[in-house]
Design a protein around this ligand. Structure first.
Ligand code: SF4
Length: 335
């Protein structure tokens, strides 16, 4: 049963002459008829006005290690209040969070003030907007992030990057770090598997990297995006456009939702690691038990800066200004 939705007038939309509205938040550019919702299912035309129906509604709130987002280069070893709601502007066949992203999920209220208070009470470094796609929660994220920033807290987005440039630019001044999924460098992957387009995601990565720390996640799916050509193209694009010190997380896929491929073998991730590590300084293997790709090494001398065992983090040869205590090289880490 769907929860009672709270309506908040949306940002980034215009009226169309026939009673429909044009939502300009993400590249889908939905034209929405009276009484209907956009593709993300959480923005609704009511009487010729576009509303967010998830403002101040959450599906989950929990204190997570920052490494779980995953963000390995942002306040390592800290914890962050993580909030999510429901809906998504993609429809990835392999969605690992489909019960909240692709279905009506029960929500409960949490105002921006309550979110900021909760983060302050729990020794959180700030608030992560995560679990489902935060950009479609735009009005709430914007208000909460501004309030959090005013209260000395950090803001983190875990996102598919599918947003238009103006809303992105308006939000970025309050955002400290982002983990952005880049699912493939093949446009047809985005079209056929995700119901989206690739180029806006890459633009988001470039714009965000000019304002905040950006880490990239690539979910490796056997038979879909696991060739050497896939790995090389993505690694080259990141090195050329975001810089070779951009942290990259190679994650294992597990069968889920509408895609039933075999789970990603560790050997595939370790091979991908080798391909990426030829081009980038900080490559990680996520959500499988591999000892490779867990620690952070100095990009210059290879000293062990941060050791990780699961979500336990030990800071070793790393100074508070993110320089290596052995060779003094500056590493792309926000302390
Ligand atoms: S945010 Fe939602 S309603 Fe707006 S264009 Fe994207 S999918 Fe459509």
């Amino acid at each position: 049963m769907a929860p009672m939705a709270q309506l908040k007038e949306a940002r980034y939309w215009e009226k169309l002459p026939d009673g429909r509205v044009h939502c300009k938040l993400c590249p889908h550019n939905c034209h929405i008829a009276e009484g209907k919702r956009g593709l993300c299912r959480v923005r609704k035309n009511e009487g010729g006005t576009l509303y967010s129906i998830i403002y101040g509604r959450i599906t989950s709130a929990s204190m997570d290690p920052i490494e779980k987002k995953p963000l390995y280069h942002f306040h390592p070893g800290s914890a962050i209040l993580s909030l999510g709601t429901m809906g998504c502007n993609f429809a990835c066949k392999f969605c690992q969070n489909y019960t909240i992203a692709q279905m009506e999920a029960p929500t409960r209220p949490m105002s921006p003030e309550e979110a900021v208070r909760a983060a302050g009470e729990r020794e959180s470094i700030g608030i992560a907007y995560t679990y489902n796609e935060p950009f479609i929660w735009y009005e709430y994220v914007y208000d909460t992030a501004r309030l959090a920033r005013d209260n000395g807290l950090k803001n983190v987005l875990v996102t598919n990057g599918y947003v238009q440039q103006q809303p992105l630019l308006d939000l970025l001044p309050c955002i400290d770090a982002l983990n952005i999924d880049v699912k493939s460098m093949r446009p047809e992957f985005y079209k056929e598997i995700c119901r989206g387009t690739m180029d806006p995601v890459l633009e988001t990565c470039k714009t965000a990297a000019r304002h905040a720390l950006v880490e990239i996640t690539n979910l490796v799916i056997p038979g879909y995006n696991d060739t050497d050509d896939d790995f090389e193209k993505l690694a080259d694009w990141i090195a050329d456009n975001l810089g070779r010190s951009t942290p990259v997380h190679l994650s294992a896929y597990f069968p889920c939702f509408k895609l039933q491929a075999e789970p990603t073998p560790i050997s595939t991730l370790e091979h991908a690691f080798d391909v990426f590590a030829k081009r980038l300084d900080h490559v990680y293997i996520g959500n499988v038990a591999s000892r490779r790709g867990a620690d952070t090494l100095c990009r210059s001398c290879g000293a062990l800066l941060i050791e990780r065992r699961g979500y336990t983090t030990k800071i070793l040869e790393l100074n508070e200004d993110a320089t290596c205590s052995r060779c003094a090289a500056v590493n792309n880490i926000v302390m």
